[in-house]
Design a protein around this ligand. Structure first.
Ligand code: ZN
Length: 721
């Protein structure tokens, strides 16, 4: 046999030297829902916890994606700065992930200096090697705002469905992908003006030149080990023919293009975000005094990207081309999940049809003692219905069934009975094993434990977490059956003259509970990657250290020593009551209804990203005290050292007022002179940045979060009712 052949097989069979696991970077523009959790974070966490239990060298990185127009647009909506937006949502996402047991080694952020440096170095290397193309093109420009307009900053009429508020990259009403040039009557979201065209230069990644590589690497090289849903998408992208893709854009929020001609341009977010995995690894290495390079450069590293299906093209086609050009290793696998629906409809934060991670934590984890068990309950159900190969559906009833009839009735019940019986019939200690009376049922149970271990291992290594979890529950089911067949509580009734079980009876009881306890220890090891809080609690009950959860202990039936005394059983899971799921379904419907009503009042196709909190009800008398009048803005200027404030002079017909207003993020002062506004005229004067403000202007937001003025045919000083 030729040597080369041997080596090939050998290489495939060996365990990689180290693992780098990534989860898709969530956009820091709002909360994320449990569908995201099920898609990219939970499976990665299960895999990582398993690898750690195997004592492998593994680093699990993630972080917030803090660049791009999604952030600047959210900042406009919330009337604040992009920096405030990313600070707020980065903190929220980091704490949500932590509360749900997602055990990142680092949760980083792309606004950090080390990321900017890393992304710039990456660009520079590709640019210097001539791997990028430079092209001049004409793009829309807003003269009054003196800026080029990124896709999302242009709206106009959709050529397909005539929606008046289609974006420059997509019409959200009919779902068509668009380019700004296709919009009819385009206008700038910054000024509302029709944009002009201006020449601009951009860098492009010529993906078309790498089609052969991708075809070879994915369609040949990974045809047997990548998931079919992933391969299918890759195939259709490649077959459709790849186009050069712009790496840079005209925007001021993001990673600056590090060359002189790149003035005023930033890297496109699709280019900088995945580099975030590298910068996160660098920061992790600094924090832990390690070397980051082998994780991205040594071929003995197994790189695995966990993502949702909307990210397949970026992680399977585009990022690998970037990595290859830059001299990095390529991902071994990209186990993308499909989508998880909710109660018969697509999960969507913008339509209010979602369960946000933060909501779940508030309702189930933080408000009760032992909320950790509700974290594990969610992790259980999301894994049991994971959309691994096709879309799946979360229902509250399904969650209740899984929790009550599997976790409580099968897993929790077995552990509880084993402990209760051991305390009652074996003095609270691990009973002896009497070798002479070991029977077929005992041998069968031991074999079941060992087979389960092998099956779970195989499924986890192949990214089949649903099947792996099923094996754990099935093992608990077998444990229940074993105990039921042996019925030690009946055997205990065979008593001698002293009223205690006979020696023979006690030996049978001992063997049964000995094996039940060894099975319990195994269940802790096997469930640990999925339900870490449960495994920890089981260790506490068994008075063993967390080290027992090392995977090498799985399949062993001597984990608990004879004579060792164990603690009293604790509740591992609690039932979910009908009333609780009723409340959640009601809450979901109300949230969605409220959001759709807000939507109908502005634009039918409106998709606001955030539900406004309702303020406390006021009485009519309170309202009647407010004096509202219309007025015209006759002068406007920026307030020094205050990003958000404009100083306005407003003509109310009978008088003029100076009013300081927080609308500077929305308008250039010169563009609002002559516009009509509604003014609260009897608000007590207050000083803002040294200027006395005499009143407040009221404005409404439209679809893009843009503030709108009062129509111009109203006389100044008119009362508003
Ligand atoms: Zn349309």
């Amino acid at each position: 046999m030729p040597d080369g052949f041997n080596c090939g097989i050998f290489a495939e069979m060996t365990t990689p030297k180290r693992y780098l696991i990534t989860s898709a970077l969530p956009y820091a523009n709002g909360p994320k829902h449990i569908g995201h959790l099920a898609g990219a974070y939970l499976p990665a966490d299960i895999y990582t916890r398993y690898l750690r239990a195997q004592q492998r060298d593994v680093v699990f990185v993630c972080g917030s994606d803090e660049h791009g127009a999604a952030i600047t647009i959210q900042a406009m909506k919330e009337n604040t700065t992009p920096k405030d937006i990313v600070d707020k949502y980065h903190a929220l996402l980091e704490s949500n992930m932590h509360d749900l047991g997602i055990s990142f080694d680092i949760y980083h952020r792309t606004s950090s200096p080390i990321h900017h440096e890393t992304a710039q170095e990456f660009f520079t290397k590709l640019n210097n090697h001539g791997d990028l193309e430079i092209k001049e093109s004409e793009q829309y420009f807003d003269e009054s705002a003196n800026t080029f307009l990124a896709d999302r900053y242009i709206i106009g009429t959709c050529p397909i469905c005539s929606n008046d508020n289609a974006y420059g990259d997509q019409c959200e009403k009919c779902g068509t992908s668009l380019s700004p040039e296709q919009l009819i009557n385009p206008r700038s979201t910054l000024s509302g003006n029709a944009p002009s065209k201006k020449k601009t230069t951009h860098w492009y990644l010529p993906l078309d030149k790498h089609e052969d590589f991708l075809r070879q690497w994915i369609l040949e090289g990974h045809k047997d080990d990548w998931k079919t849903n992933v391969l299918g998408q890759c195939k259709s992208w490649i077959e459709a023919g790849l186009q050069p893709r712009a790496v840079t854009r005209d925007l001021d929020w993001g990673v600056k293009v590090p060359v002189a001609e790149g003035e005023g341009k930033v890297l496109y977010v699709w280019f900088d975000a995945p580099i975030g995995y590298i910068s996160a690894t660098k920061q992790w290495a600094i924090n832990n005094n390690k070397d980051w390079k082998p994780y991205w450069e040594d071929k003995d590293t197994k790189l695995v990207h966990f993502i949702g299906k909307d990210n397949i093209v970026f992680h399977c086609i585009i990022f690998p081309v970037m990595l290859k050009l830059h001299g990095n290793i390529l991902p071994e696998n990209v186990p993308s999940n499909e989508f998880m629906n909710l109660e018969g409809d697509k999960m969507s934060t913008s339509r209010g049809w979602s369960i946000e991670m933060d909501e779940y934590i508030t309702d189930f984890v933080k408000k009760e003692n032992g909320g950790d068990m509700m974290v594990d309950a969610l992790r259980y159900y999301l894994t049991a219905i994971a959309p691994e190969t096709k879309d799946s559906e979360f229902t509250w009833k399904g969650f209740q069934d899984a929790l009550n009839s599997e976790l409580v009735a099968v897993f929790g019940n077995f552990v509880n009975r084993a402990f209760v019986l051991m305390h009652k019939l074996c003095n609270g200690k691990v009973p002896s094993l009497h070798a002479t009376i070991i029977d077929d049922a005992d041998r069968k149970l031991v074999a079941d434990i060992q087979e389960a271990k092998i099956a779970i291992e195989k499924n986890i290594e192949n990214y089949k977490y649903r099947d792996a979890l099923f094996e754990v529950i099935d093992l608990a089911r077998k444990g229940n059956k074993y105990m039921q067949d042996k019925e030690p509580w009946i055997v205990a009734k065979q008593t001698g003259e002293n009223g205690l079980p006979t020696v023979e009876a006690q030996q049978k009881i001992d063997n049964c509970l000995h094996y039940c306890l060894q099975l319990t220890a195994n269940m802790a090891v096997l469930i640990n990657p999925f339900l870490p809080f449960t495994a920890k609690k089981m260790c506490y009950m068994m008075k063993v250290v967390d080290k027992m959860l090392n995977w090498e202990n799985a399949g062993k039936v001597n984990l608990l020593s004879v004579g060792y005394s164990l603690r009293a059983p604790e509740l591992l899971f609690r039932k979910l009551e009908d009333i609780e799921i009723g409340e959640q379904i009601e809450k979901l419907k109300n949230k969605s209804k409220k959001l759709m009503e807000t939507t109908l009042n502005t634009q039918p196709e409106n998709t606001p990203e955030k539900v406004e909190e309702k303020k406390a009800t006021i009485q009519f008398d309170d309202f009647a005290k407010i004096d509202l009048k219309t007025g015209t803005i006759i002068a406007a200027e920026k307030v020094e050292k205050a990003d958000k404030l404009l100083k306005l002079e407003v003509d109310l017909g009978s008088e003029q007022r100076t009013i300081v207003s927080g609308i500077a993020m929305h308008f250039q002062p010169e563009n609002i002179i002559g516009q009509k506004v509604v003014v609260v005229t009897n608000l007590a004067p207050r000083k803002m940045r040294g200027i006395e403000s005499n009143g407040m202007i009221l404005m409404a937001e439209d679809k893009e979060g843009k503030l709108v003025f009062v129509s111009s045919d109203v006389n100044n000083g008119s009362n508003v009712s």
